[in-house]
Design a protein. Sequence first.
Lengths: 455, 242
Amino acid sequence: MNLQPLFKPKTMAVIGVSLTNNRHPANVIYHKNHLRYPVKVFPVNPRGGVLQGERVFTHISEIPEKIDLAVIAVRAEYVPVILSDCVQSGVGAAAVISGGFAESGQKDLQDRIVAIAQEASFPFVGPNCLGIYSPAHMDTFFLPSERMVRPDPGNVALVSQSGGILVDQMIKFAEEGVGLSRAVSIGNKALINELDFLNYFAQDTETKVIAFYVEGFGNRDGRDFVLAASRCPKPVIVLKAGKSVGGSRAVSSHTASLAGDYETFSTILSQYGVVEAKNEFEMVTFCESLSCYQQSIEGNLGIVTGSGGHGALAVDVCSIHGLSVPSLPEQAQHEIRENLSSSAQPIASVANPVDLTGSAIDDDFVFAISYLSRRPEIDCIVVLLLPYLPGITSDLGARLSQVYYQEGKPLVAYVPHVEKYRIFIEGFEINRIPVSPSIEGAVLLAEAMRRSKPF
Amino acid sequence: MSTEIKDIISASKELGWVLEPEAKRLCSLAGLTVPRFLWTTGVDEAVRFAQEIGYPVVAKVVSPHVLHKSDVGGVVVGISSGEKLQEAFHRFSEFEGFAGMLVEEMLSGIELIAGAKVDYQFGPVILLGIGGTGVEIYRDITMRMAPLKEKDVESMVRSLKAHQLLEGYRGSEPVNLKELTRMLVAFSDLVMEIEGLIESIDLNPVLCSSRRCVITDARIMLKAEKAPNAPESELSLRLPHF
């Protein structure tokens, strides 16, 4: 099945617009696309009429152009007929927004629309979903335009079983400066599921990271998913909800009791190098990190800080996650100290974490990070930047980013996120170096790369 | 699938699980190592067999009513004489549904659990962990999606918290990793073959020494005739119905 019309339609029909209620979801979808995105939009309602000066078509077949995407927002019982009409009129794909299918006990109705689509090899997303937000192309979310928070265009594709979580993740992406390539709400995933989108985004040139919010896979769908993910050259992230579901079921064998649904899920994900985000905070952090670095590491960190406390807290987080902070040999420590400024040299601690102290200047950070980048025992560097230190300047973020481009070893940063320090953060982010507002988050930026390594 | 394996499973269908002696025979047919054992309803035969293999021996009750033998005193280890064995036999014969006694050689080694379950989302999964009766207390386990490859076993052992125990801890001999690997891969092959018929399997304990890995107990839970469909998740955000 060709999923392209779901993401890059040139023409779109919105079926179910109301002539009396302009807040109807179909109307919201129509208005937010009409004249706002480079897609031609046609409203459809069997009663016809005029909607804000535009002709409302009574039937999809009346539209004089070939329709790439039909957005269906009508009562559930009308969906089978409308879907058949779409197939007959040569529509490319559909987003079935309507609820009232398997999620409310109407499994038969859902099976009917799946059968219609399967017979015609006609792709549709949903039902019971928000559909698709494809930046710079179109948006089927029935959320008023002015209430949407849109992240910057970027390379992370989000696929979610829950529309609410998807919209929330987009807000978090915007907050953290993570760029989005596509967002898909798959709802009941009756026809097209996680695997189909994984395969599609694996080929999508605008996507480099594929992130999923999953409540549960269908029967054996998890198996196909992890096998496909392990073949996919792009990092795949999964946030699973319902971790305790099924834990209370009575079981008659030790294996069934020990290998609970979630334990199995989590272990098999790591077996295949699928990055599991344990919560929404990890989800956005991992997306940020892997959108910059599509690679995996063993997890041996070099930590460079301007305060001993920051270094110690970072090491604590490392030990929770099983990341190591290897100490440097005497010779290396000596070489670092030799090259520090006269103010930092006598008081710095250079074992790893490298604590350059509050007397550090820009050159001390640049040297320490360049030096650690060349050490074979270290595969990622965490810099804990304190923008209020008197010896450092606002150029530091940008300068340190250049070290990454010279040395090629992943660099992640912590900078407190307040407006005053924006220039430090931008120095990193403009250069595609991920920055976290917390020390723990900075360590998690590194942890993302470690989790993408299969056992 | 060998017809013998198929026969064992179909004969156990009504009970829902496979009696231990039959489960061991099934393991043995699949190329897994089990102790020398005898399943008998005759006390004299039991004693003769014990003499043949040499004391001490282990005796276990066989009954379709007893799934968890240790919980009800259905296992006696370290039996050192014919009298003790007869004593165990007479006690076992009082058990509901008594279907004989299992006599087997007594072995030593580190107790591991090898398990399998057919997961709704991922299909057959193999588990390895620290075994014995405390298995659900230690919960030191790892899993992989089946079928296993040899290199999977190595990483499974490494991911156990108690992996040092297997690698030879403080002067003790390491377990035979090659044998463990052979056993787990053969077990995984068996599971792939019969996954349509089973729900889960416990091989617990598997006694692993520097020489070999022997399955000293096996519990095979069969799939219910009509598998109940796992309920679909109801957690999705409910969107308004138009």
